[in-house]
Ligand binder design. Structure first.
Ligand code: FES
Ligand code: FE2
Length: 392
């Protein structure tokens, strides 16, 4: 376990952050792109990190290709399957037919079976994998790492996986920097999800710690000390005020889950993990996959671990009756509401640094420093790494 404090070198970290952490997203990682059940023989178009991609299934497997026919540029997602039982996609315009496995042109239907152009060109393909009912894509040119490296063990081991996803307005980087106590005890206080909770107002001694808990790999953990329940703010009064109906004491109800006792954690390429959300016994992950300049896929995954039918029924009942709509849909919509504003500020000013700093911002800065130091495939110069070390 290593405490990361980047506050003393914030200006330098921020400068490197904009140089090295692209607004389009980090390509050298696997990212979730769709649910397995969404991808059928009928092609689906998705824009991912600025790339137009077509996803489709052939002979039971999912494939991804650049969504532009090399002939006249029309979208292959408008294409058809002219040869059922083969691994092909035919362009709707003039019938060029591609092997979706390697992207090669295997026929030009409207030029006859002896068309000389066959075999002469290729459409770009992207590696895709399916795990836990989710389709994962590798958008970099470099050969992919095994997909298991980028899927937290807590998701790989889940016996129930339930996903909510939507297209959000903004930039993935600001959403990765959204979590942390500084926002949670204020922004979410009035959500239906927290309405019955006697929620504390602040916590002492917030610390960002890089470490492993349980068997879920290494994360940047948002640790904090004693929760400050209700406090007298000089000249103002008491905050938070006690509300009618606050029946649940949150500090007394947060047991660890699968060996993890930190409520919120973050890791590359920008995954957030929350324990016991949106229901108890659920390990919850979020991904943010940039699509175009102003939008990203907000991918929320709740994981359960029931082993018996009875446990499974209990988990699913609590999830659908409460956790999904109150937590994943509505509570997290409050985050989207704020991230959109962060994006507007970043577009206007060119930056979105937490400034001036206050103590809870330590977590956001620690994430930036951790991301810079641990980025896969990043060429960090000697001078940069020395300056990061000096700031440790
Ligand atoms: S544009 Fe695709 S075959 Fe002509
Ligand atoms: Fe939040």
């Amino acid at each position: 376990m290593k405490v990361i404090d980047a506050r003393t070198d914030a200006a330098h970290i921020n400068e490197l952050f904009y140089q090295r952490i692209p607004e389009a997203g980090l390509r050298n990682y696997w990212h979730p792109v769709a649910l397995s059940r969404e991808i059928t023989d009928k092609p689906v178009a998705r824009t991912l990190m600025g790339d137009a991609v077509v996803l489709l299934r052939r002979l039971g497997r999912v494939y991804a290709l650049a969504n532009a026919c090399p002939h006249r540029g029309t979208q292959l997602s408008k294409g058809t399957c002219e040869f059922p039982g083969t691994r092909t996609l035919t362009c709707r315009y003039h019938g060029w037919t591609f092997d979706v496995g390697d992207g090669s042109l295997v026929a030009a239907l409207t030029d006859g079976p002896d068309s000389p152009i066959v075999g002469k060109l290729r459409v770009r393909t992207y590696p895709v994998e399916e795990r836990q009912g989710i389709v994962w894509i590798w958008l970099a040119d470099s050969p992919p790492v095994p997909v298991e490296q980028d899927i937290p063990p807590g998701l790989q081991q889940a016996t129930i996986v339930r996903t909510v996803r939507r297209v959000a307005t903004g930039n993935w980087r600001w959403h990765v920097e959204n979590p942390g106590l500084g926002h949670a005890t204020m922004l979410h206080r009035d959500s239906a999800y927290m309405r019955m909770v006697d929620f504390f107002g602040y916590a002492e001694d917030p610390q960002a710690v890089l470490g492993s808990q349980g068997d879920d790999g290494e994360w940047l953990l948002d640790r904090f000390g004693a929760p400050g329940k209700r406090a007298q703010y000089p000249g103002l009064g008491v905050w938070p005020r006690k509300r009618f109906g606050e029946l649940v004491n949150i500090t007394g109800m947060m047991p660890s889950l699968r060996g993890i006792d930190t409520f919120v954690s973050v890791k590359l390429p920008g995954i957030i993990r929350v324990i016991n959300f949106p229901i108890m016994d659920s390990l919850y992950y979020e991904w943010f996959v940039q699509t175009d300049a102003d939008h990203y896929l907000y991918f929320q995954v709740a994981c359960g671990y029931p082993t018996t039918r009875r446990e499974r029924l209990s988990w699913l009942t609590r999830f659908y009756a409460w956790g999904r709509w109150a937590g994943m849909v509505r509570f997290n919509a409050q985050d989207l509401w704020m991230v959109e504003d962060s994006h507007a500020k970043a577009k206007a000013d060119g930056t979105n640094d937490p400034a001036p700093l206050y103590r809870p911002d330590g977590f956001q800065l620690a994430w930036r420093k951790y991301a810079l130091e641990n980025l896969r495939g990043a060429k960090v110069t000697k001078q940069q790494s020395d300056s990061l070390q000096a700031a440790s």
